[in-house]
Design a protein around this ligand. Structure first.
Ligand SMILES: [Mn+2]
Length: 354
C-alpha cells in the first residue's frame, strides 16, 4: 500500500480525505448514505457524499489546536448490510439504488399535493412504498452503524437528507450502558419536529420528532440555530421538557445584547448528559455556506461558531456518533468544500475528545 502523505495533496481514490486505510485501523469511519427521497423543495443531497469525497482531497488535515491531528486515520464506507434475498451488499451502493425509485414515487406525490387535489389510489400506493423504503433505509443505516460499534469504531453518517440520522441515533442509543442516557445536539435551520410531512412518516422534516418518540434513551435534544418552524413544532418545543431550543432569533438577540458565544455554548452544553450524538444539518449554518442545500433559510450561525461549539462539546462531553446531512453540490465545489471541512472537524473532535 502506498504511503499516505499527510502534508501532500490528496490522491483521489474514492475515499474520504483520500485516506487509503482499512476501517479496522481507524477510530472513526464514515458511511455514505445517498438518500433524498422525501426532500420537499430541491433534490440533490443524495449526491452529497460523493461530492464531499471529491472535495475532501483538498482539506488540510492539520489543526493548530490538536497536536498530531494530521495523523488521525479516518475510514471510508466498508459497511456491508444484509438485504431481502440474504446477500450482503455495500450499504451506500444499496441505498443509492433504492433512492432512485423512491425519489420518483415521492415526486409524483409532492406534485399531486402541490396541485391541491386528493391523492389517487396509485399515488396512495406510492406513498406507502416511500414509507416502506424509508423504514428499510433506517434499518440499513442502523445495521451499518452497529457493524462499526461492534469493532469499537465510531461511525459517522454522511447524508443524504436529514432523515438518515434516525438509524444512526438508534444505533448510538443501543450502545449505552444500563442507566446511561443520550444527549442529542442538532444543528439545523428547521426544527424537524413534524409528525410526518407530506404523508411521509420518515420525512427529513420529522427526523427529530421520530427520534424523540421512538428512542427513549434520549434525555435531551438541544437544537441550535433553528429559525423556520410551524406552530405545532413551536408548541412541542415549549411543552416537551427534553427539548432545549436555541433558536436563530434568540442566539442573535443574545449576541446583540452583549452575551458572548462562549457563554451561550456553556448554556447549550450544560443540560447534555455525558454521552452526546451530534446531528449536523448543514443548513444550520448561514446559507452562504450551503447555497445549494434543499431548503436554505437566511440567518444561521457561522462556520467558526459551529466549530467552536463542537470543540467545546468534544472536550466536555463524549461524542458517541454523528451525522452530516443536506450538503448538496451545485455547479461549483463550494457546498462540498464547506461540508468536507466540517466533516473533518467532526471526525477529529470525535476521535480525540479535544
Ligand atoms: Mn434538518
Amino acid at each position: 500500500m502506498a504511503e499516505f502523505d499527510v502534508n501532500g495533496v490528496g490522491v483521489p481514490n474514492g475515499k474520504y480525505f483520500g485516506m487509503p486505510f482499512d476501517s479496522d485501523e481507524c477510530p472513526v469511519a464514515l458511511i455514505s448514505v445517498p438518500w433524498d427521497a422525501t426532500v420537499s423543495y430541491a433534490a440533490g443531497t443524495a449526491k452529497g457524499p460523493d461530492a464531499i469525497i471529491d472535495a475532501s482531497i483538498q482539506v488540510d488535515l492539520f489543526d493548530e489546536y490538536i497536536q498530531g491531528a494530521e495523523e488521525l486515520k479516518i475510514g471510508t464506507d466498508e459497511a456491508l448490510v444484509k438485504i431481502e434475498n440474504g446477500s450482503a451488499v455495500k450499504v451506500s451502493d444499496h441505498i443509492g439504488k433504492i433512492n432512485v425509485g423512491a425519489r420518483a414515487a415521492a415526486e409524483r406525490i409532492i406534485g399531486a399535493l402541490a396541485s391541491g387535489r386528493a391523492l389517487s389510489q396509485s399515488e396512495l400506493e406510492d406513498q406507502e412504498a416511500v414509507n416502506r423504503m424509508s423504514r428499510e433505509v433506517n434499518r440499513l443505516v442502523e445495521e451499518a452503524c452497529l457493524s462499526y460499534y461492534k469493532k469499537g469504531i465510531i461511525p459517522g453518517v454522511v447524508g443524504g437528507e436529514h432523515s438518515v440520522a434516525f438509524g444512526a441515533v438508534k444505533a448510538a442509543a443501543s450502545q449505552l450502558k444500563r442507566g446511561e442516557t443520550l444527549g442529542l445536539i442538532q444543528f439545523d435551520a428547521h426544527a424537524d419536529l413534524r409528525v410526518a410531512y407530506e404523508g411521509f412518516e420518515y420525512s427529513h422534516a420529522s427526523v427529530m420528532y421520530n427520534c424523540l418518540s421512538q428512542i427513549p434513551e434520549i434525555e435531551t435534544l438541544c437544537q441550535i440555530s433553528i429559525r423556520d418552524f410551524c406552530v405545532d413544532e413551536y408548541n412541542l418545543i415549549k411543552n416537551n421538557k427534553k427539548i432545549k431550543a436555541f433558536t436563530g432569533g434568540r442566539i442573535a438577540d443574545a449576541l446583540f445584547n452583549g452575551k458572548s458565544w462562549n457563554t451561550l455554548c456553556s448554556e447549550v452544553i450544560e443540560p447534555l448528559p455525558e454521552k452526546v450524538y451530534i446531528s449536523f444539518d448543514i443548513d444550520g449554518l448561514e446559507p452562504s455556506m450551503c447555497p445549494h442545500t434543499g431548503t436554505p433559510v437566511p440567518g444561521g450561525i457561522t462556520f467558526d461558531m459551529a466549530v467552536y461549539l463542537l470543540r467545546r462539546l468534544a472536550k466536555e462531553r463524549k461524542i458517541v456518533g454523528f451525522d452530516l446531512c443536506e450538503v448538496a453540490p451545485g455547479d461549483d465545489e463550494w457546498d462540498a468544500n464547506v461540508g468536507a471541512r466540517l466533516l473533518h472537524k467532526l471526525c477529529l473532535f470525535t476521535a480525540t475528545g479535544r
